[in-house]
Design a protein around this ligand. Structure first.
Ligand SMILES: Nc1nc2c(ncn2[C@@H]2O[C@H](COP(=O)(O)OP(=O)(O)OP(=O)(O)O)[C@@H](O)[C@H]2O)c(=O)[nH]1
Ligand SMILES: [Mg+2]
Length: 278
């Protein structure tokens, strides 16, 4: 056991119906982070899962330090709102200087974060893990590559030049950019990555992209055709939305409506009215 320290790295994992996939991922994250020298935390966000996701992760929740991991917290959304809403809730709850969002299926392992941290300097707002940038090692299905290519082309047509791989579920946020995105982001469904990259640019910070090791994991819930079409509509909405009011606020100026503590190590977030459906 160690005394609580300032947290250097937060790892945020959005979960929707992940009872079957989250446990090995969580074990890998904890085994990787515990022996490290810098302090960390894990923030799990359950997006109103109807299955046993919450029961599966409950034994891992901790409000005291275990190795370098200072705490493992669960944020629960009262109803399913979408990955974007879940990531925002996690970014708001996290306390780390750098905040990593990663997928529950462990498609990119948490150890890849070192490649992102190596690019994280003072002017960087988001370091985006990438399946297209130099150094990427990917094991993906051909059809997913094709739908990804179509989506990329559509973004370029819209004038959204944000990153080579906007949709990779492995991104590192600087703390103040994370807080600004939690406060100003509104995109609840799968196109939220575009909004976050756009907001980081509008906030005057740089977006860096770093190739990572990524492998396709079966059992995913995203339908590349149906969700891809929905995401195109969301991308158009993001392109024309006015984000000019977004600003980075001093670290203590956090939103007060965010979470209600239900018991140590577990918090519950109320649903925010008016969220977009995917
Ligand atoms: N909050 C929330 N998270 C979701 C939802 N659907 C999927 N996720 C999470 O989003 C992450 C990625 O989802 P996956 O199901 O792995 O997506 P996939 O079909 O494998 O797609 P890729 O990973 O992009 O190849 C996981 O952490 C999921 O739990 C949802 O409706 N709400
Ligand atoms: Mg996946």
């Amino acid at each position: 056991m160690q005394d609580a320290q300032p947290i250097m790295l937060s790892v945020i994992i959005p979960m929707y119906r992940e009872a079957a996939r989250i446990e090995p991922t969580l074990r890998d994250v904890l085994a990787t982070l515990s022996p490290r020298t810098e302090s960390s935390e894990v923030v799990l966000v359950d997006d109103g899962s109807p299955d046993d996701t919450v029961e599966t992760v409950r034994p891992y929740l901790k409000s005291r330090a275990d190795g370098a991991v200072q705490r493992v917290t669960l944020v629960r959304l009262a109803r399913n709102r979408g990955k974007g809403a879940a990531v925002r809730a996690g970014l708001a709850e996290a306390r780390g200087r750098w905040r990593l969002m990663m997928d529950a299926d462990n498609a990119a392992r948490v150890c890849e974060v070192d490649k992102l941290l190596a690019q994280a300097d003072g002017g960087t707002g988001i370091v985006a893990g990438s399946r297209s940038a130099r150094g990427a090692e990917i094991d993906a299905k051909g059809f997913r590559r094709l739908t990804g290519l179509i989506f990329k082309t559509a973004l370029l047509t819209l004038g959204l030049r944000l990153a080579k791989d906007t949709q990779c579920g492995f991104k590192l946020y600087r703390h103040d950019v994370a807080q600004a995105i939690a406060a100003h982001g509104v995109e609840d469904r799968f196109a939220f990555d575009l909004e976050h990259l756009l907001l980081a640019q509008r906030l005057g910070t740089r977006v860096e992209e770093v190739g990572i090791r990524w492998r396709h994991v079966d059992g995913g819930q995203i339908n590349p055709v149906i969700d891809g079409l929905k995401m195109l509509g969301q991308a158009v909405r993001i392109r024309f939305r006015d984000y000019s009011g977004a600003s980075i606020k001093p670290p203590d100026d956090r939103r007060s409506d965010a979470q209600i503590e239900v018991k140590p190590g577990e918090r519950e977030a109320p649903a925010r009215a008016g969220g977009a459906q995917g």
